[in-house]
Design a protein around this ligand. Structure first.
Ligand code: NDP
Length: 483
């Protein structure tokens, strides 16, 4: 099977999508320019303040609007392609009635989605786990918020519950995949509603300026850094528990549907399950480090994070599994054993670097911050060099130290490199005949590179001359000798 594409017709029919894509690129370029020019604007707000206040320009507002439209459009487009177009590029318009019917929320989708949300909120309060204190928050008198890290217990409890319900026949887990269109709309409506509620809170508490340019910025990028419901940190629950559990559940459900159709789960699908299973597990077992990541400490809980955590990640990142279902084994026969083993070995190697690099930095930082990192007895796997003994590091005049050992002596973002390798490995099992399975890698690569640039700009401003010294010691960002 190959994509038959009439390019001019496709461009004409999808001009909205292509316009949105162009605007999203503009958004990235624009925000890049903003960081590059921050030296000129320094005397006003600090970098972090400036970033969350926005520029208030029309271009900024338009780029946020484009991001909003693109994010919705791409999730629906990928779903439509897998469900109605065998995973190929095509033109969904005019929409057929069955497309609208399948994408309309129903009792099953509402039941499944809200069971996930409510169960994760209950697990967050009730299950055991260590508590860590986040970074000092300068805007709040250096207060340090407590984070109860029970994601691992929640992950094990969810798996046990779902397996129990499926095996006993109480709940057929395949329904999740069968209702994925309705689930997508349910998730999107819920995410957008939460974003609107958060924005209304912004107005109510006087955090939002209310002008049109600022409306888009405040709505999309948000103003709340640490939204909480009692002791529950909503950003953490959405980022760790909802997005990755829903993502892995969609994959597993898809694999069960494939088993029903073919009588077996294709080895290509096992590669996808391996990657997403390891990644989900890594998020849960490393949860105690999440309070120190960019998303939790820097990004505000606006529409962008809310949407991608509650809806976008799970549905956009699982396209490749759905593509396999759409291709149904006819055009994607079983991989030869050697190819399957090579792919699996490559996944394990990339994961090894990803897990170790994240653990090395996070544990090093935890030791610097409070003398020790939190030991997780049930966290599996524990890799041999996750904790570095007497690592080489650099003390900065800002007080925090920069690690220059382990994977961190080779590059400034070794965990991004490994993450990108995993993204490519996620695409390869889908073969080389189609473009859409490679969409994830095409989306993820610029996103992580852009993120690395933003972080570099932030660190350069924060550490000043120390950062220059560090960059001389560790000159490459992703791949030693190349970039
Ligand atoms: P990082 O883990 O790269 O954290 C960046 C911060 O770490 C910097 O701002 C700086 O903070 C500190 N830092 C930088 N260099 C050093 C060093 N050498 N030693 C010690 N501290 C240092 O950020 P992310 O949150 O972006 O990434 C975390 C993980 O999440 C990565 O593995 C990434 O691949 C993954 N990720 C996955 C996404 C997905 O959608 N799947 C999306 C985004 C990320 P400070 O100011 O404290 O010095």
């Amino acid at each position: 099977m190959t994509d038959v594409v009439d390019l001019p017709a496709l461009l004409q029919a999808n001009k909205g999508v292509f316009l949105a894509l162009t605007a999203v690129v503009t958004h990235f370029v624009w925000s890049q320019k903003k960081h590059a020019s921050k030296g000129v604007k320094k005397e006003g707000a600090s970098h972090a303040q400036h970033d969350h206040m926005g520029d208030g320009t029309i271009l900024e507002a338009l780029s946020h609007l484009a991001l909003f439209l693109f994010s919705h459009g791409i999730c629906y487009y990928l779903w439509w392609s897998a469900e109605f177009n065998k995973g190929c590029v095509g033109n969904p318009f005019p929409l057929k009635p069955e497309v609208i019917e399948k994408a309309t929320p129903n009792a099953v989708s509402l039941g499944m989605y809200f069971t996930l949300i409510v169960s994760q909120l209950i697990f967050s309060v009730t299950l055991p786990g260590p508590t860590v204190l986040g970074f000092k928050i300068p805007q709040e008198n250096n207060r340090r918020l407590p984070y109860k890290c029970n994601g691992l217990a929640g992950w094990y409890a969810t798996v046990a519950l779902v397996v129990g319900l499926h095996v006993t026949g109480v709940f057929d887990f395949k329904m999740l995949y069968q209702h994925s269109g309705a689930m997508l709309t349910t998730a999107i409506l819920f995410a957008d509603t939460i974003a609107v509620i958060m924005y209304i809170e912004c107005i109510r508490t006087g955090r939002s300026d209310g002008r049109i340019q600022y409306f888009m910025h405040d709505f999309v990028m948000g103003q709340y850094l640490n939204p909480r419901l009692g002791s529950i940190d909503l950003k953490m629950v959405a980022e760790i528990k909802v997005s990755w559990l829903l993502l892995f559940s969609l994959d597993v459900s898809c694999a069960l549907c494939l088993k029903d159709e073919l009588g077996y789960i294709p080895n290509r699908m096992w590669v996808i399950l391996l990657i997403h299973g390891l990644y989900t597990n890594a998020c849960m077992k490393g949860e105690e480090s999440i309070p120190y990541t960019w998303d939790i400490f820097q990004e505000r809980w606006g529409w962008m994070l809310i949407y991608w955590n509650l809806a976008g990640v799970a549905f956009a990142y699982t396209f490749n599994g759905r593509f396999m279902y759409a291709a149904q084994g006819e055009s994607l026969p079983e991989l030869p054993t050697w190819a399957f083993l090579c792919l699996s070995a490559a996944v394990l190697m990339a994961y090894w670097v990803f897990d170790e690099a994240n653990a090395q930095k996070n544990r090093f930082r935890a030791q610097q911050l409070s003398g020790a990192f939190v030991q997780r007895p049930w966290a599996f796997p524990q890799l041999p060099n996750a904790t570095l003994d007497e690592p080489k590091y650099m003390v900065t005049s800002r007080g925090s130290a920069l690690l220059m050992d382990g994977w961190w002596k080779y590059a400034r973002k070794p965990h991004y490199t490994a993450d990108l390798c995993l993204a490519v490995l996620l695409c390869l099992p889908c073969g080389f005949d189609h473009f859409l399975p490679y969409f994830f890698a095409c989306f993820f690569l610029p996103m992580l590179i852009h993120r690395a640039y933003r972080d570099n700009a932030r660190c350069a401003e924060k550490y000043g001359a120390d950062w220059e010294v560090y960059c001389k010691e560790v000159p490459y960002i992703l791949v030693p000798g190349i970039y």
